[in-house]
Write a protein that binds this ligand. Structure first.
Ligand code: C2E
Ligand code: MG
Ligand code: MG
Length: 654
């Protein structure tokens, strides 16, 4: 009944007993209410609101319930004060009341003791922190509630009494409520009496347990990978750097860094789903850890990438041997969700200080060696060479230059006509991206588009192409050219971008173009990767009524069953089936088969790379709807195209 405020009063209304809660309610000291008279009027068995006068002169209205009781064979009354009615605004008039109120309401646990370490004053926060009742506090000695004796409350009291002062002193593992171990911050000092002699100790404690927990968590997250518990990239770099710098001052022993990437992990992860994908990564990290010495450092440095620092390894050949061991261990099937999964890895090796004296360089070297192993089909080990470095550097230079290409106006578009076979007229153009770098000259899209894809630059660039092509089409419309269809190449990343559809809508609306005027060229590989999602994306685009084409058709192994489900308008027959030696048609049967297939599915066909009249003749015979190629026209600047459209001469050869 500690929390209930109750009083025992005699017939005259004199207080005989008061619960600690009642004492707190009246801001009275322990035992301070006994013998006092508050002039209650009471009717036993009834609930009533009564007004009680507080020491500071305020009147406080509380709900009470009065029961008949006994006190030494005399009639007495038990007045119970309803805890719910005790909430009240804080009013304090005199300085003493204010101080009492401050102590009572402080979120800090406050405890005052006498010289012997017995509690003389405490507040609600202290009761809560220590999990002791008011009775267990009053007059009791401070407990030894910490494994570190001198950090227990009693220990702190003794130290403070000896003259030590504490300001935000941190104690870990103090026993609190229901024996929970708490982290607390302590402020403590000795208090002297009016004559300057020690009278007791004032202790204030703040519970910082949850703050410490969050801090520890953040530290874990920053230094370690959550999924596998391995050190992360920053941690790996830090340790490698420390080792390299340490070595600078001592003997120059080689340091081997290994970068290991799982092959085709993205595809595996997609088919497994995220839960099993995570399991797989944990399994892989466990296998790697088991195959290394404890002195080696294994870290997870990317989604599907791991880094290893081999200590005490002298020769690149040792590194290769370790890499082979790791790859063999990974090659054993992993059983997940009832199926056997086979993973392979590509490994890159670099040796410091030869391949890099700083951690950053060494990691980059191992990285580019791994990239090379991947480029060559994966499932291999490759060590770093200066040529690799040069390639990587080139790529970096190009990538940096590309970053500024848009803002420096170095990008422009050329347009290649697409000619309708039956009408022998230009019906559309394909926008082809060009980059003229001030020093490096004209750079082929075939070399910078993949770079832009990998670095994410394709998103702003692709956005620019879409807008520029639509702007140009509108300009031709205004110049009175017959309405053309504009084909724009879309990269895989753009296609997957959730904002892409909005970009298309904006470009069309802004340039007053009907959606049918735009044709988006997609590639087979991006449609085949995750077909269900691809179908959804295609349908969202198709709902806009734009045309959709599959570029380079026939090279990406389209699944025929999916092809029928795709809302596609046009198949662009890849040039490799068209351009043969001496102007021959390279693969007539394929071209013919694609034309038949497309007709059966209700799609149109465009043949790309038409360079000779012979090719054109055969392609027309096989029923292809449109042709595009150097024989008819090369990609050209907009003005040139406008001239060509206005010229009375037919573009058809012969
Ligand atoms: P693509 O979309 O298949 O474009 C056709 C390529 O074939 C163009 O090369 C074009 O100039 C070339 N071509 C056309 N007719 C003939 C011919 O008769 N003979 C020969 N030998 N070649 C012909 P380009 O402009 O170098 O573009 C190469 C690739 O770069 C394009 O292949 C496309 O995949 C990509 N690309 C170009 N512009 C963009 C763009 O704006 N965005 C994206 N994502 N990719 C683009
Ligand atoms: Mg194209
Ligand atoms: Mg193509």
């Amino acid at each position: 009944m500690q929390s209930t405020a109750s009083l025992l009063v005699d017939k005259e209304g004199l207080i005989l007993q008061a619960s600690p809660a009642a004492e707190r309610l009246f801001f009275a000291e322990a035992g301070g209410l006994i013998g006092r008279h508050y002039g209650f009027s009471y009717r036993p068995g009834e609930a009533a609101d009564i007004e009680i006068l507080q020491p500071n002169g305020d009147r406080l209205t509380v709900a009470t319930h009065v029961h008949l009781a006994e006190w030494h064979d005399q009639v007495a009354y038990r007045v119970e004060i309803d805890p719910a009615s005790q909430a009240r605004p804080l009013v304090a008039k005199s300085g003493n009341d204010l101080l009492r109120a401050l102590v009572a309401y402080s979120p800090l646990a406050i405890i005052v003791t006498d010289l012997s370490g017995c509690v003389t004053l405490w507040n609600h926060a202290a009761v809560q922190l220590l999990g002791r009742s008011d009775v267990e506090m009053r007059g009791q000695k401070l407990p030894e509630n910490c494994a570190q004796e001198e950090d227990s409350l009693l220990g702190l009291f003794k130290r403070a009494l000896d003259g030590e002062t504490f300001q935000g002193y941190e104690v870990n593992g103090m026993q609190g409520e229901s024996d929970a171990l708490l982290d607390v911050e302590v402020w403590a000092t000795r208090m002297n009496n009016a004559r300057g002699l020690p009278a007791g100790v004032l202790l204030m404690l703040a519970d910082i347990t949850s703050r410490k927990k969050i801090e520890a968590h953040i530290r874990r997250v920053i230094g370690h990978d959550m999924l596998t518990g391995l050190p992360n990239r920053q941690q790996f770099r830090k340790q490698l750097q420390r080792l390299l710098h340490h070595k600078k001052h001592h003997e120059m022993m080689p340091v081997l860094v290994m970068q290991l990437g799982l092959d085709r992990f993205r595809a595996i992860n997609k088919s497994l789903g995220p839960y099993l994908g995570d399991q797989l990564l944990r399994d892989v990290s466990r296998r790697l850890a088991e195959s290394l010495y404890e002195t080696d450092l294994l870290a997870r440095t990317g989604g599907d990438e791991f880094s290893v620092l081999l200590r005490g390894t002298h020769h690149i050949q040792d590194g290769v041997r370790v890499a082979e061991r790791l790859r063999q261990r990974l090659a054993e099937p992993i059983v997940l969700g009832g199926q056997e999964i086979f993973v392979t890895a590509s490994v890159g090796l670099a040796v410091g200080p030869d391949d890099g004296a700083e951690a950053e360089d060494l990691i980059r070297a191992a990285d580019s060696a791994m990239a090379r192993a991947k480029e060559q089909g994966g499932d291999a080990c490759q060590y770093f060479t200066p040529e690799l470095d040069a390639q990587a550097r080139n790529r970096l230079v190009l990538e940096n230059a590309l970053r500024h290409a848009i803002e420096r106006n170095e990008l422009f578009l050329e347009y290649q006509p697409q000619v309708d076979v039956a009408r022998r007229r230009i019906v559309g153009v394909e926008a082809l991206l060009r980059w003229r770098h001030p020093d490096m000259g004209l750079i082929s899209p075939a070399s910078f588009i993949p770079l832009a894809e990998n670095s994410g630059l394709i998103e702003p660039i692709g956005h620019w192409v879409l807008n520029e092509a639509c702007r140009q089409l509108h300009q031709w419309d205004r110049a009175g050219l017959p309405p053309l269809r504009m084909a724009v190449n879309v990269s895989a990343r753009q296609f997957r971008d959730s904002k892409f559809r909005d970009h298309v809508v904006t470009a069309l609306t802004y340039n007053h173009l009907a959606p049918e005027r735009l044709e988006l060229e997609l590639t087979e590989s991006m449609l085949m990767r995750n077909t269900q999602e691809a179908i959804r994306m295609l349908e969202r685009l198709k709902a806009l009524r734009v045309h959709l084409a599959i570029d380079d058709f026939g090279t990406g192994f389209s699944s025929m069953s999916y092809l029928a489900e795709f809302p596609i308008d046009t198949l662009k027959i890849d040039q490799s089936f068209v351009r043969g030696p001496d102007g021959q048609l390279r693969n007539g049967p394929i071209v013919r088969a694609i034309c038949t297939l497309a007709a059966g599915l209700g799609m149109r066909t465009i043949a790309e790379g038409v360079e000779s009249p012979n090719q054109l003749g055969l392609i027309a015979k096989y029923g292809c709807d449109e042709v595009q190629g150097f024989l008819l026209a090369k990609p050209m600047l907009p003005d040139h195209l406008a001239d060509l459209m206005r010229s009375p001469e037919s573009i058809w050869p012969g």
